[in-house]
Design a protein around this ligand. Structure first.
Ligand code: DC
Length: 229
């Protein structure tokens, strides 16, 4: 059996990580994992059960007891058996996810699940700490960025497509608040790994970014040519 491949894609909200990670996973025959969805699921559960987002003890218990499963080609997320794929996409849950993700014990529980998944399959995993904390030895590390105007507009387009109401100015403000919290927290802050390749997607089409990531994968992996179609 060939060696498993781990591709880590980190970066701020709206940089295009989900779109790109999904496309690249298809091209290299790996499993796509959206780790932000996991923090969103914990946040949704906390909101529903009325746990304050600064109560780290109860959030830790919640994270340890949560059953989080990716199903159907990893496009659907089950929280305790319930399909929460759409429920976790609201701006309220996004904001709460960023608070929940600042709790070190919640992160430890999610990282355990992320490592278990990669122990069984090649993965393209996207998040904030994949190249720095979850897989410091990942075969390929990409830090995907874009300017904040473009990132807010991309989120707006996603919400419009899902028919979720939004206010563009409020959305931009929420993204900036979330980024600042993600970058400045003590536990695994959003940070470019030293050995990651920085890619600014602001002026690139998804196809151009995809080709660039595939080129980086080919360069970094000895068996990349066989993997990348
Ligand atoms: O990628 P996203 O917007 O769905 O992520 C939701 C929140 O989860 C985001 O504010 C930061 C946090 N997150 C994190 O701290 N670590 C990860 N690996 C993924 C997401």
């Amino acid at each position: 059996m060939s060696k498993r491949l781990i591709v880590a894609i980190d970066g701020p909200a709206g940089a295009g990580k989900s779109t790109l990670a999904r496309r690249v996973a298809l091209r290299v025959g790996a499993v796509y994992i959206d780790t932000g969805a996991m923090y969103r699921a914990i946040a949704l559960w906390a909101i529903r059960t009325g746990i304050p987002l600064d109560d780290s003890h109860r959030l830790e218990a919640l994270a340890k007891n949560a059953s989080i499963e990716f199903v159907a080609g990893n496009d659907r997320l089950l929280l305790n058996g319930e399909d929460v794929t759409e429920a976790i996409r609201t701006p309220e849950v996004a904001s709460a996810a960023s608070e929940v993700a600042a709790v070190a014990a919640v992160r430890r529980a999610m990282v355990d699940i992320q490592r278990e998944i990669a122990a069984r399959a090649s993965v393209v995993m996207e998040g904030r700490d994949i190249g720095t904390v979850v897989f410091p030895d990942a075969d390929v590390k990409i830090f995907l960025d874009a300017n904040s105007e473009i990132r807010a507009q991309r989120r707006a387009d996603e919400l419009a497509e899902k028919k979720i109401p939004f206010d563009l100015d409020r959305l931009r403000q929420q993204i900036e608040e979330r980024d600042s919290r993600d970058r400045n927290r003590a536990a695994s802050p959003l940070l470019q790994a030293q050995d990651a390749t920085y890619l600014d997607s602001s002026r690139l089409t998804p196809i151009e970014v995809e080709e660039e990531i595939l080129r980086i994968i080919r360069t970094k992996t000895s068996n990349g040519k066989a993997l990348v179609h």
